[in-house]
Structures are given as structure tokens and as C-alpha cells.
Design a binder for this molecule. Structure first.
Ligand SMILES: *[C@@H]1O[C@H](CO)[C@@H](O)[C@H](O)[C@H]1NC(C)=O
Ligand SMILES: *[C@@H]1O[C@H](CO)[C@@H](O)[C@H](O)[C@H]1NC(C)=O
Length: 401
């Protein structure tokens, strides 16, 4: 497979030399040693583990540095494929003062300082599926990302919030929403509304998003595309899950399995139906946290050295993409000891109607093992196995693939 990837890369180099590459490359980042949050406000008893799980979602998700206004004001925003709107915390408002959003470190927007601001004054609220929300004023202004300026980008100037910890750059479907990626294409900065995301491994603090492009050095070809279900979120069909001990697979789903699932950089864990997590846990030596009110899964930290992994299949079993997630990418932080065994959080979360009812989600614990192309113009998602830790770069315009 590596040889195939090299040949494809070589071919790309040979075929592609002259035309200017209209792609926008931007680093994405997460804080070092960040805690991993579960998608709900979990309260656990301290009895069984010496260290409780804490909800620190402000420190777990991936961020992208952009600027707002003229002259540019730096902002670090959460990069979110699961939503479609852009909001920035407004300087000097309760959203910064209440220590909700970390404006001191991540920036805030003082709209009175921008000469390119346009605002109708209209009030609006953005509500997220986890119950958090932000209210403020609709505005438009120039934003800069990866060295390119996007004019008249609509956003929300967030003034009050509930459980929001940072501004958000929503880049999800559909193409018709005036997202930053839509405007990059509409303003001719990139050739189409497509972007690719490489989060890199759990240990790494930086990844990359390329608007209008892909990086051939960061995945094992082929990158296979599957259709998006519906039009308003990057939801695709998960068609098989298998656990692997070494190379030996055990299929954990039925032959006709097809589960709609959203690809969401804005969720730190991977959320699957409880019954499926039950059987994966058994195969991976993980278990539900005793006494937890919802599906928090724990695993002995020593599992990180075992030859265990999970295969996620999408689309046709023979024709669609398969992403292998090794256990090393699923064993998260040390929690303390349970019956003398050091326990870590496992990167899956079991949810169903009786248990939180969170949307089935491929969150960061899945996405770090994948290279993902969000093809908004084509209504597809492309997936390939990521080459984690790759320092190489071979960027091409997506339309050339
Ligand atoms: C993003 O901005 C923050 C805050 O200014 C800075 O600490 C960080 O190094 C920047 N990261 C990247 C990848 O540009
Ligand atoms: C989260 O916390 C809020 C406020 O404390 C509470 O009303 C809500 O029920 C909690 N949600 C879950 C899923 O526990």
C-alpha cells in the first residue's frame, strides 16, 4: 500500500507543475497534554477511581487561528465540521467576563476597532446539539485564514453563552450556507468548496486543514469517496465494525448493518450505540465506568501496548473505505487506579435513547486515524488511512484527483 501511495504521489508530481495551486493551507492545533472530555457533563462518584473525570471541553478540541476585521484581530476558534456557523466572542461582554470563553488566551473581537465591519444589529442565537448556546449580533467583516482574506464573511458576535468555551468556526454542510469555505470558493480563492483534514496522532498537537486541496503524503491511497446522507451535515453510512487482535478480525455488526454517522471534529470521543460499544468493549478489554450514569468507558492503561485495533467500514464492504484505529489512539488519559490497575479513558462512548441520546458520531478519537476529504460541492466524503506523524508535504488541488 505504501508503494502504491508513492506511485500516486510521483504521478501527481509529474502531471502537475505549471498552474498556480489555489489552495489555502492552515495549521490546526490543540493544547499539549489536553484532557479529553465526554460529550456530556458527566458527574462520577469518586469511590472507585482516585481521580474523577472532569469536563474540560475547552481544552480538548482542535483550533484554527484566523483573524477578524481590519486591522486584523487574532482569534483562535474551534474548528467544527459538525456545525455551519462562525462566531467570535465580543470583547468586554459577559461571555469573556464569566470565564466561559478563554478570551485572554484565545482572543476576542472588538468590532468598534474594525473599519470593514458591517452589522445590521440583528440578534441571533446558535444552539449546539450538546445543549450549549451563544447569543449575540449578526455581523459581517473581513476574515483572514492561512494568509488569504475573505471579505463580507457573516458571523455572530457572541455576547452571552451557555457552556461555550471558545469561538467556533463551523465548516459543515451544506454548500449554500455562507461558511468560510463556501466564501473561499465563491470569492475565487480556491477552485471548489472542498477541504481536507488531517488531525494527526493523539500525541501530536498540530494537524492541517487544506481548503481546496489534499496532501498526498499524509494518507495511504486510495482515498475513497462515499455519498453524504441528507444535505445538512457530513453524515455517511457506517456499514461494518470489526475488532482485530493482531490481524484476526471479529465482525461486531450484522450483515445488513448501516448506521448513519456524523464526522465531527467538534466532538472529542466517538459515539456509537450502547449495544455495539458493549461488544467492542468485550473484545478490547474495556468496560463501562462503574457507577457512571452514562456510557463512560475505561480500559487498563497497559492496553496501549497490545496489538488490538478497530476497523470501521463505510459504503460497500468491498468497494468502500476502511479505517483502522489502533488501540494506541483510543487510550486517553490516566484516571487513577481501580482495584490496583491503572485505568485510562477509552475513546468510545456508548449512547442510545436511554443513555444520553447523543448523535452517533465519528469524533476525534476516530478522525486522528483518518485523512478526510469533505467534498461539499460533490455531496461526498472521501476517507483514507492517515499516515500519522508525517512531516512530508505534497499538496495538490482537489479537482486534480
Ligand atoms: C495560534 O495562536 C495561539 C495564540 O496566539 C498561539 O499560541 C499558537 O501558537 C498559534 N498556533 C498556530 C498553529 O498558529
Ligand atoms: C448537564 O448539567 C445541567 C445543569 O447542571 C443539567 O440540567 C443537565 O441535565 C445535565 N445533562 C446531563 C446529560 O447530565
Amino acid at each position: 500500500m505504501a508503494i502504491l501511495s508513492y506511485l500516486v504521489a510521483l504521478l501527481a508530481l509529474l502531471c502537475f507543475t505549471a498552474a498556480a495551486q489555489r489552495v489555502v493551507v492552515a495549521d490546526i492545533w490543540k493544547p499539549a497534554n489536553s484532557q479529553i472530555a465526554s460529550p456530556s457533563n458527566i458527574t462520577l462518584s469518586r469511590k472507585a477511581l482516585s481521580v474523577p473525570l472532569t469536563q474540560t471541553s475547552d481544552k480538548t478540541l482542535y483550533r484554527i487561528n484566523v483573524s477578524a476585521g481590519t486591522p486584523p484581530q487574532q482569534q483562535s476558534l474551534q474548528l467544527d465540521t459538525g456545525s455551519r456557523r462562525l462566531w467570535v466572542p465580543a470583547t468586554g461582554t459577559s461571555i469573556c467576563a464569566s470565564s466561559l470563553a478563554d478570551c485572554a488566551n484565545l482572543g476576542s473581537f472588538d468590532s468598534s476597532e474594525s473599519s470593514t465591519l458591517d452589522t445590521s444589529g440583528e440578534t441571533d442565537t446558535i444552539a449546539y446539539s450538546d445543549g450549549s448556546s451563544v447569543t449575540g449580533q449578526v455581523f459581517s467583516d473581513t476574515f483572514r485564514i492561512g494568509g488569504q482574506a475573505i471579505s463580507n464573511q457573516v458571523g455572530l458576535l457572541g455576547k452571552q453563552g451557555t457552556a461555550v468555551y471558545e469561538g467556533v468556526l463551523g465548516i459543515g454542510f451544506p454548500a449554500s450556507a455562507p461558511t468560510i469555505n463556501h466564501n473561499l470558493a465563491a470569492q475565487g480563492i480556491i477552485s471548489s468548496n472542498r477541504y481536507s483534514i488531517y488531525l494527526n496522532s493523539l500525541a501530536s498537537t498540530t494537524g492541517t486543514i487544506i481548503f481546496g486541496g489534499i496532501d498526498l503524503s499524509k494518507f495511504v491511497a486510495p482515498l475513497l469517496r462515499v455519498p453524504v446522507i441528507g444535505t445538512d451535515q457530513p453524515i455517511i453510512a457506517l456499514t461494518r465494525v470489526a475488532t482485530l487482535k493482531g490481524l484476526l478480525p471479529t465482525i461486531q455488526t450484522s450483515a445488513d448493518y448501516s448506521q448513519p454517522i456524523i464526522l465531527d471534529t467538534g466532538t472529542s470521543l466517538t459515539v456509537l450505540p450502547t449495544a455495539l460499544v458493549d461488544s467492542i468493549n468485550t473484545a478490547m478489554g474495556a468496560q463501562y465506568y462503574p457507577g457512571a450514569t452514562n456510557g463512560v468507558t475505561i480500559v487498563p492503561c497497559s492496553a496501549v501496548t497490545q496489538s488490538l485495533s478497530i476497523n470501521f467500514h463505510f459504503g460497500g464492504i468491498l468497494t468502500g473505505p476502511t479505517i483502522n484505529v489502533p488501540v494506541s489512539q483510543l487510550v486517553l488519559q490516566g484516571l487513577g487506579s481501580l482495584n490496583g490497575v491503572e485505568m485510562c479513558q477509552f475513546g468510545l462512548f456508548g449512547s442510545d435513547a436511554a443513555n444520553g441520546n447523543f448523535p452517533t458520531t465519528l469524533g476525534d478519537t476516530f478522525l486522528r486515524s483518518a485523512y478526510v476529504l469533505f467534498d461539499l460541492d460533490g455531496g461526498k466524503v472521501g476517507l483514507a488511512q492517515a499516515v500519522v506523524g508525517s512531516a512530508d508535504s505534497l499538496v495538490r488541488k482537489i479537482a486534480e484527483v
